[in-house]
Design a protein around this ligand. Structure first.
Ligand SMILES: Cc1ncc(COP(=O)(O)O)c(C=O)c1O
Length: 386
């Protein structure tokens, strides 16, 4: 971020102005894509540009990192080839046999990695219900190096009290990392609530157009752990490519507007679906009955654009409903401008803890009435066909 774009401006203003990053030679208002993988040494053997090779660092990647750091009010950010690469880098930066306490309910692939793969690297992992603060206090010990939370968590949108868990982690001498993919920096800034590291699958809202796989970490301070994470990225070759970083930067420019509009539509749909006779339950932190509503209202400035519904008639009715949509796209992932519907248990497989009657809805930028009309007809036709 350049001096013109200091953090006195709101995220919406910074994003619209591409965080003040342009092209100094031509004075283009848009930053270029830097593709070079290697850089010339000066005769005195130094690299004065600050760049030597493309695996540790890239100028376009740095641009997008500066933008994410600004949005998260972070000291620094790092971009990775995927959300999974970003999350696992935090763990791999710790010395085994470090103890890690993670949320029982979180993105299933990361939970599986923590339970199955992390112990193969020598880490000890315990899962805990993060909404039960007494259980968290009992599980986090002096041995714990990292507490991992995800809020709202995928796909029940359970809310974790970031400040409370940060207090427990810090009292034990552990760090708190928060997967804030669903909240986005527009609705929650976990670092301001006490988290040490915030993580995003930038594949989702940050990019927002279903055309980039990327992961991001942002840190409250550039400390020893952050240097270790940076060196894990270099050693594992997990940096994001420059084209993807540039597309991500382009997506970031409309992030505040996109997620605001998507969240408003999600709230409207949630209210209407609560009254639908084919819907047994709506899971959305914005509805009062959601167990995390009060905490979400406190720590989020919007409830986000992800919700799930539990369909009356069980798994068969849920699958039949998903089969009947014509506007919603039946696809995995979330956070893009097009709305997606997914029978989550089918994706997660036999080990899934996800209720079989659950459909996950990622609300995009379409008209709210169109989205509701399509779901309504799918729920009705699905019920008659299941
Ligand atoms: C909440 C959450 N965290 C992390 C990830 C992993 O991100 P990626 O697919 O970019 O590796 C996902 C992917 O769906 C996710 O939903």
């Amino acid at each position: 971020m350049n001096d013109r774009m200091s953090r006195k401006w709101t995220p919406r203003t910074m994003a619209a102005q591409m965080f003040g990053i342009g092209e100094p030679i031509t004075r283009g208002v848009v930053a270029p894509i830097h593709v070079a993988t290697t850089f010339i040494r000066d005769p005195d053997n130094q690299y004065r540009s600050g760049f030597a090779y493309g695996r540790p660092d890239n100028a376009t990647v740095r641009h997008a990192e500066a933008a994410i750091a600004a949005l998260e009010t972070a000291d620094a950010a790092l971009l990775f080839a995927s959300g999974m690469a970003a999350a696992t880098a935090v763990v791999l930066a710790l010395d085994p046999p470090a103890h890690i306490v993670a949320a029982q309910e979180m993105y299933w692939a990361l939970r599986q990695w923590l339970v199955r793969e992390a112990p193969r690297h020598g880490y000890r992992v315990d899962l805990v219900d993060m909404t039960d603060l007494d259980a968290v206090r009992r599980t986090v010990t002096r041995e714990t190096r990292l507490v991992w939370i995800e809020t709202p968590s995928n796909p029940l949108w359970t809310i974790t009290d970031v400040a409370a868990v940060a207090g427990i982690a810090h009292a034990a001498g552990a760090r708190l990392a928060a997967d804030s993919t669903v909240a986005t920096p527009v609705f929650t800034r976990p670092l301001a609530l006490g988290a040490d590291i915030v993580m995003h699958s930038a594949t989702k809202y940050l990019n927002g157009h279903s055309d980039v796989v990327a992961g991001a970490l942002a840190t409250a301070r550039r400390d020893e752990l952050w240097s270790r994470i940076q060196s894990v990225r270099t050693q594992y070759g997990a940096i994001l490519g420059p084209f993807e970083a540039w597309l991500l930067m382009r997506g970031l420019r409309t992030l505040p507007l996109r997620v605001q509009a998507q969240s408003e539509t999600a709230a409207l749909l949630a209210l209407r679906l609560c009254r639908h006779r084919r819907v047994a339950r709506v899971l959305y932190p914005g509805v009062q009955e959601h167990p995390g509503h009060a905490i979400a209202a406190r720590q989020m400035s919007g409830f986000g654009a992800m919700l799930s519904i539990r369909v009356k008639g069980g798994e068969a009715a849920a699958l039949a409903t998903a089969a009947q949509v014509t506007l919603w796209r039946r696809a995995t992932s979330l956070g893009s401008v097009e709305s997606l519907i997914e029978h989550r248990a089918s994706v997660e497989g036999p080990d899934s803890a996800c209720p079989p009657d659950l459909l996950r809805l990622s609300v995009g930028l379409e008209d709210a009435d169109d989205l509701y009309a399509d779901l309504d007809q799918a729920l009705r036709t699905g019920a008659s066909r299941s």
